[in-house]
Design a protein around this ligand. Structure first.
Ligand SMILES: [Zn+2]
Ligand SMILES: [Zn+2]
Length: 790
């Protein structure tokens, strides 16, 4: 008997080849009817035998197109049939198209790769091959609805062959908007840095630009290569001279360079790669994965000075595949910028900003509409490296059942491949909110229903170019997702450019404390709500008492954060200068612990201390001149690193702490004890400094001291969490803040808390650093709306 069923599919189902997939499936199942995009997703109307329809629905669920993400399938049966004569894809019912999820940019798929390397294929070695399942999306979309006219691909008119594919519902390129071939699509150009890219003539397009690029790289040259979301600076990673040149030309830079290799096998020469890490490297998002470097890995030190990890990624565009074809060597693929500026993404900027760095430019003429950096992720491994340790420092027998769920992905920088996919939340957003985020590693966030549209990584809002990226980014998201935020959330710090921007908007506004936002972000990230023990450790953020917080224990939910304990306040002489010069903090800790007599301590730090500089600093702390008070845990990590002689001045945020983590002696399960009195809320630093100096004087190695410091901080978290549990009957702990980018600390803390029976929540989908702040601001704002506070 003929029956009719309507199927409504919700989720990321538009612009990902869903309709042609349904079309092909219906044809195969001999079903009749139609499929269309509507305001909430894809609507299918089918007629046929009941069992066939059932089979059809089960196929829909089990084998959807790779880029789709089905959130729900609802179906209703109708008694009246239409008696369709065939199965069709019909024009979109655009009635009030509200949210159109837009796909992120996706790595080249296997089908396209096969075609690109097939001499008989018409796209043989074409560096812009793509299909419905892969290629650029977010970075080329100018406006919605998503079709070619509204992307930067409108610059290219499709040739007849491409058009036939584009219009054929059974073709892999049906409505793949960036469809192109060598005859009609984008082209690559190789030019020297003596030519202004925008002045180059198409006639200058050279034969075999990619082959010549490979040759130049082989000869130690540095190239600016235009990718999908911006420019990379590229050189041969094994050419020490080239790497040093690149580092020198990018000046003031110690940040590790990302690497690209053509296979996991190549990466394994330099790093340990677990199964989970391998999966991430191969995922369609193709992020940079931070991997543990093998001892004596044959790679120049200048790639990642003093770091114990290397950031590797696999090729994600056809151009990358061609550059790395048959290459046993990795390439440096670092962001195309000078120090802290955002990456270059327009041809016109290249000559202004990268001329002094790159010898040549490998360009293409597909415009990038919005810049997007590579994403950075890592895998949290709780069991593999460190023994399980309980709070008394005793090793526990491994319980196999607990191990399996311990491996998980951590997003350090959420950008290309992930954004602009929304973060689904457990709590519905009652109104549309714009959360402006923090200052460093900024992201913004817009909300609607159960979605938080957390932006791609914007960067440090410390210069005009990044600010422009922030403001145009907000406008772009509003347009793409058809959002009109009614309420604006901002950080309490008045000097953040994101705060200044928010305060100028004519709308209802709410200021959100930085560390409360961290904890709320962790809750939203984990789709939980209600009170938790919140641990927020970071560099710093403005507290409600006007001081700079960063070593905080709360009892918090989305509405409020009650500060239960924190590190004792210390002066930060010179403000921001104390961040760049951790020796200032180290000296302050010593002075607070030992008084001015610390100058008699026979440790290298004191012996090499610039006494006249210290005199000035001491004066500043006494008179409280330009010495804001801070309870920051990030500063303490930096200070300890400086004390151990690792680094007195940093070139990027967190560098000293990263080096402190890198030297840790792993087989040490001993920790310093932080002093905190019963019923006290202030955690003393001086006791730990005492213990460190005692060890230093006894000749204990920095490796062991670092290990004892890390373990001490993890035990401190366990100790305070237990105290709060006893008083408040809370058993859930949320960990957030940039300090938890320290894998050793995070792993040890999780182990201690878990073996003590706590439910531990860490970040999974948004960064634990300030990149996650905007999500937390949005969640807090929503709680205020729901309870009628605003
Ligand atoms: Zn493809
Ligand atoms: Zn074509």
């Amino acid at each position: 008997m003929l029956t009719r069923t309507q199927i409504q599919i919700k989720g990321i189902v538009q612009g990902v080849g869903f309709r042609p997939f349904v079309f092909a499936l219906a044809r195969r199942s001999a079903l009749k009817g139609q499929v269309l995009n509507n305001s909430v997703g894809v609507l299918v109307d089918v007629e046929g035998e009941e069992c066939q329809i059932k089979q059809f629905i089960s196929e829909l669920k089990t084998n959807p197109p790779p880029l789709s993400n089905i959130e729900s399938i609802e179906f209703s049966n109708y008694e009246h049939t239409v008696n369709y004569s065939d199965f069709r894809i019909v024009e979109s019912n655009s009635n009030g198209a509200k949210i159109m999820p837009i796909s992120a940019d996706i790595a080249t798929c296997q089908d396209c790769l096969r075609e690109m390397f097939d001499p008989k294929n018409r796209r043989y070695r074409y560096p812009f091959i793509n299909c419905t399942n892969c290629g650029p999306r977010f970075t080329i979309i100018e406006n919605i609805p998503y079709d070619r006219k509204q992307t930067t691909m409108r610059d290219f008119e499709m040739c007849e062959d491409c058009r036939i594919e584009y219009e054929n519902p059974l073709d892999r390129r049906f409505h793949a908007e960036p469809t192109a071939c060598a005859d009609c699509g984008p082209k690559v150009f190789l030019i020297s840095n003596q030519i202004e890219p925008q002045r180059r003539k198409d006639a200058e397009e050279n034969e075999d630009a990619i082959g010549k690029t490979r040759q130049l790289l082989q000869n130690g040259k540095i190239l600016a290569v235009k990718g999908i979301g911006g420019f990379h600076l590229v050189c041969d990673a094994l050419d020490t001279e080239a790497v040093k040149n690149l580092r020198a030309r990018k000046y003031r830079e110690d940040k590790p360079f990302a690497l690209m290799a053509n296979s996991i096998e190549v990466i394994k020469k330099y790093c340990f790669v677990s199964e989970a890490e391998s999966e991430l490297l191969l995922s369609k998002e193709r992020p940079i994965v931070l991997l543990e470097r093998k001892p004596n890995a044959p790679i120049p030190e200048a790639i990642a000075p003093k770091a114990k990890n290397l950031g590797f990624m696999l090729p994600y565009t056809p151009l990358h595949y061609l550059l790395l074809e048959n290459q046993a060597k990795p390439l440096v693929m670092t962001s195309g910028n000078i120090s802290d500026e955002p990456i270059c993404y327009e041809d016109s900027e290249v000559n202004e900003r990268l001329k002094t760095i790159a010898d040549f430019y490998l360009l293409h003429n597909r415009r990038i509409h919005i810049r997007t950096d590579d994403s950075v992720v890592r895998v949290l491994k709780l069991e593999e490296i460190y023994p399980q340790i309980n709070t008394d420092g005793h090793r526990l027998e491994k319980d196999k059942s607990q191990i399996t769920n311990h491996k998980s992905q951590i997003v350090v920088r959420r950008s290309r491949g992930y954004a602009p996919a929304p973060i689904k939340t457990a709590v519905k957003f009652e109104k549309q909110i714009l959360a402006c985020g923090a200052e460093l590693k900024n992201t913004f966030c817009l909300t609607r229903d159960n979605y938080a549209f957390v932006s791609h990584h914007i960067g440090d809002l410390e210069n005009l170019e990044t600010l422009r990226s922030f403001t145009t980014g907000i406008e772009h998201y509003k347009r793409l997702f058809n959002l009109k935020p009614e309420i604006v959330a901002y950080d309490l710090h008045p000097e953040y450019l994101s705060t200044k921007y928010a305060l100028e908007i004519d709308a209802t506004k709410i200021g959100v404390q930085h560390h409360h936002a961290h904890i709320a972000s962790c809750l939203a990230d984990n789709e939980i709500e209600g009170e938790v023990i919140g641990v927020a450790f970071d560099g710093l953020g403005l507290g409600t008492d006007g001081k700079l917080w960063g070593g905080e224990f709360f009892v918090a939910d989305f509405l409020q954060a009650e500060r239960i304990a924190h590190l004792e306040y210390m002066p930060m002489p010179g403000g921001a200068k104390a961040i760049r010069e951790p020796w200032r903090m180290a000296a302050v800790y010593l002075q607070k612990t030992f008084g001015d007599d610390f100058l008699n301590l026979e440790i290298p730090f004191v012996q090499t201390l610039n006494k006249s500089a210290w005199k000035t600093i001491r004066q500043m702390t006494t008179t409280e001149t330009n010495s804001p008070r801070t309870s920051s845990m990030g500063r303490l990590f930096d200070g300890v690193a400086s004390l151990l002689g690792l680094r007195d001045v940093v070139n990027y945020e967190g560098q000293a702490a990263i080096e402190l983590e890198a030297i840790v002696e792993k087989n040490c399960a001993d920790g310093y004890v932080f002093d905190i009195a019963e019923n006290e809320s202030i955690i003393k630093i001086s006791d730990v400094i005492h213990q460190i100096i005692k060890d230093m004087l006894a000749g204990v190695s920095p490796q062991i001291i670092s290990a004892k410091f890390h373990f001490g901080v993890a035990q401190l978290i366990g100790f305070i969490a237990r105290r709060i549990r006893n008083e408040r009957k809370l058993n859930r702990v949320a960990l957030s803040g940039g300090v938890f980018q320290n894998m050793l600390l995070l792993e040890q803390t999780c182990q201690i808390l878990k073996s003590d029976g706590f439910d531990v929540f860490t970040h999974r989908r948004v960064p634990t650093n300030d990149g996650g702040i905007s999500l937390g601001q949005a969640a807090i704002t929503n709680a205020h709306i729901i309870t009628g506070r605003i």
